[in-house]
Design a protein around this ligand. Structure first.
Ligand code: DQA
Length: 142
């Protein structure tokens, strides 16, 4: 495992300002720095990307997955309906881990559904930023 893509979907650029009960206090930059710092211990490079647009995320995944060994993704609300993002992740043939800051299993009914998780080796939710570190460790073992 040499390079991992850390991808965030819609509205996650506003972390730090969004509902702190669900998403915690950290900004997106804080989370990216946390994961990058942890990955450095394992000599893994982290490449980060965030977009509010489904197609932009898919284009970026297609352009960057060939040189990567795994993906950590928080797809935001796209989790619940983007079959296109599911297919983009599946088509990379890379081990992917889906991470949610909030406990999506215990919120609105529609948040319990993930159409992207079947393209992933694991789905981690409700552990705030620690979910990303758990995801990183799962990928290292994958
Ligand atoms: C989220 C959960 C989603 O339901 C929501 O739309 C988000 C963030 C999370 O990290 O808990 O934007 O993916």
């Amino acid at each position: 495992m040499k390079k991992i893509l850390l991808i965030h979907g819609p509205n996650l650029n506003l972390l730090g300002k969004r509902d702190k009960n669900h998403y915690g206090d950290l900004t997106l930059k804080n989370i990216e720095d946390l994961v990058t710092g942890e990955a450095t211990k394992y000599e893994i490079e982290i490449e980060t990307f965030q977009s509010n647009h489904e197609g932009t995320l898919i284009d970026w995944i297609q352009q960057h997955s060939e040189k990567a060994n795994g993906i950590i993704i928080n797809p935001g609300a796209l989790t619940h309906y983007s079959y296109a993002l599911h297919d983009a992740l599946f088509d990379t043939e890379l081990p992917c881990v889906e991470v949610h800051l909030s406990d999506v299993e215990n919120r609105e009914e529609w948040r319990k559904i993930s159409v992207t998780a079947p393209a992933c080796i694991a789905k981690i939710s409700g552990k705030k930023e620690l979910g990303y570190i758990e995801g990183l460790k799962l990928l290292i073992k994958a």
